[in-house]
Design a protein around this ligand. Structure first.
Ligand SMILES: O=c1[nH]cc([C@@H]2O[C@H](COP(=O)(O)O)[C@@H](O)[C@H]2O)c(=O)[nH]1
Ligand SMILES: [Mg+2]
Length: 232
């Protein structure tokens, strides 16, 4: 379903969590278990507000939203204890490896823009080092001093675009995102965005801000964006 046709795409910026790697199911499990210890339920609405945000901002969403008797530091430390063991087991999302290798083979410059911090990013990608070496750079909003505001602000995408050797104009950089906050951020950056939402996401809120909505990266057709088709 193409909602609008973007300008010529010369660069690609990928989100990480829930888009290239399946860390969102790990976040859901760990945060649900923590909330349950206080008799609270981690709802999809709450999760959608957290996704893509910096870790500290996301912690405050839950603590304030569910009135958890924890400081952000306590919340993050409890989660990080579990993430330390779980993130290194993270699998890739369907279609991610095929798309990244294809674009790399055709020398399309690619980078990453995530809400993660650098320690967790290393854990999450530990089993996929060679694949993640194919990106030119990664902007990690929770650790990068240049990123003043995480998604839904456009900062991480604008900074990511500016760090390419030959920086594209925003309209020439195609973003792939799973999070509503990420779609808002890329739209605010003036970049076309392919949205690959969680099955629970409400499409109606963002359908005018994404140029394409897919159930999976496996459905992406590079030629629809002027990029080399698969098998070329
Ligand atoms: O259930 C959750 N998902 C995601 C996040 C936040 O979203 C970031 C991942 O963002 P992105 O998809 O932009 O990589 C995580 O590092 C974390 O800060 C969270 O707090 N809770
Ligand atoms: Mg994401």
């Amino acid at each position: 379903m193409a909602l609008s046709t973007p300008a010529k795409i010369t660069h690609i910026i990928f989100d990480v969590d829930g888009l290239l790697i399946d860390t969102e199911s790990i976040y859901t499990k760990v945060i649900s278990d923590l909330c349950a210890q206080y008799g609270k339920k981690f709802t999809w609405e709450m999760k959608a507000q957290q996704m893509g945000q910096t870790e500290l901002k996301a912690a405050n969403v839950i603590i304030n939203g569910l009135q958890l008797p924890l400081t952000p530091e306590e919340y993050l430390s409890r989660c990080n204890d579990k993430f330390e063991h779980l993130f290194p087991t993270t699998p890739l999302m369907p279609g991610a490896e095929k798309l990244v290798r294809h674009l790399h083979m055709h020398e399309v410059p690619m980078a990453l823009a995530s809400g993660s911090n650098s320690h967790n990013f290393e854990l999450k990608t530990r089993n996929h080092k060679e694949l993640f070496s194919l990106f030119s750079h990664a902007v990690l909003s929770s650790s990068d001093p240049e990123v003043k505001h995480g998604k839904p602000a456009p900062d991480c995408f604008l900074i990511c675009a500016a760090r390419f050797a030959n920086p594209p104009k925003p309209e020439n950089a195609l973003v792939f995102e799973d999070a509503p906050n990420g779609v808002e951020a890329s739209y605010a950056a003036g970049m076309p965005v392919v949205w690959v939402p969680d099955a629970q996401a409400d499409h109606s809120l963002l359908k005018d801000k994404a140029c394409l909505i897919l159930e999976s990266l496996e459905q992406f057709k590079p030629e629809d964006f002027g990029l080399p088709p698969y098998n070329s």
